[in-house]
Write a protein that binds this ligand. Structure first.
Ligand code: DX5
Length: 228
């Protein structure tokens, strides 16, 4: 059974002064999980959430948390993000000298491991670690900021990763996530290429009819576009 379509928010556009209320509203709006874009000002030119901020939001929702670690040394604080309540940690291929070991370490911490590919990184980089992850994230923007334009030329790479997951017999257990510029005008292309977990920030928070309508619209469009 293929993994279901899931819609998850990036918290970047939320009101950081009211994160508890914001995550509760995201649950109310029908999101499947919450992604925290963790940025260290080194791997990417931006600085966002530490583990204590995530821990403070943890008690305000029952949704799963995943930490998208856009950091230069993901091993350094992996344990802190698990302690803060993240059940999945996403590390960037580009930030890991020993990716296989880093993914094994995340599992030893009791979290599920996931890997992200920047736009210029070939899908073949993950060929030998698919057995260690429950999610592959194909970035459709260069990481660091919300509100960027979707890089449609990533769709062949999404399809290539989908084929790799399916060929490895992991279609029932591994999600294919896309993050960056996902909106009502781009979600169908990403889903048609094989993505089943769509991350959106701007498109959710800027929707004229609110979060619930935005989540429902993205879910409907993605479901209609995915290959049968
Ligand atoms: C980039 C961030 C953004 C964010 C989504 O580092 O990861 O992609 O999650 O932002 P939008 O949906 O506004 O492109």
């Amino acid at each position: 059974m293929a993994r279901p379509i899931q819609i998850a928010p990036s918290v970047l556009p939320a009101d950081f002064a009211r994160l508890g209320e914001e995550v509760a509203a995201l649950e109310e709006a029908g999101c499947d999980l919450i992604q925290w874009d963790v940025m260290d000002g080194n791997f990417v030119p931006n600085l966002t959430f530490g583990p204590d901020v995530i821990a403070a939001a943890r008690r305000h929702t029952s949704l799963p948390f995943e930490a998208h670690l856009m950091v230069a040394d993901p091993d350094l604080m992996a344990g802190r993000y698990v302690e803060a309540g993240c059940s999945r940690l996403i590390v960037h291929v580009e930030a890991c000298a020993h990716l296989h070991r880093t993914l094994q370490n995340i599992a030893s911490l009791g979290a599920t491991a996931a890997v992200a590919l920047n736009p210029s990184t070939p899908a073949t980089e993950i060929a030998h670690i698919l057995d260690l992850v429950d999610l592959v994230l194909v970035m459709t923007v260069n990481p660091g900021f919300g509100g960027q334009a979707y890089i449609a030329s990533m769709e062949p790479k999404i399809a290539q990763v989908r084929a790799m997951i399916d060929a490895a017999g992991l279609a029932d257990t591994v999600d294919l996530e896309v993050d960056g510029g996902i909106s009502s005008s781009t979600v169908s292309g990403a889903a048609a290429a094989g993505a089943n977990l769509l991350i959106a920030g701007s498109a959710l928070y800027r929707h004229p009819d609110g979060l619930s309508a935005a989540v429902a619209e993205l879910r409907s469009l993605a479901s209609a576009a995915r290959p049968v």
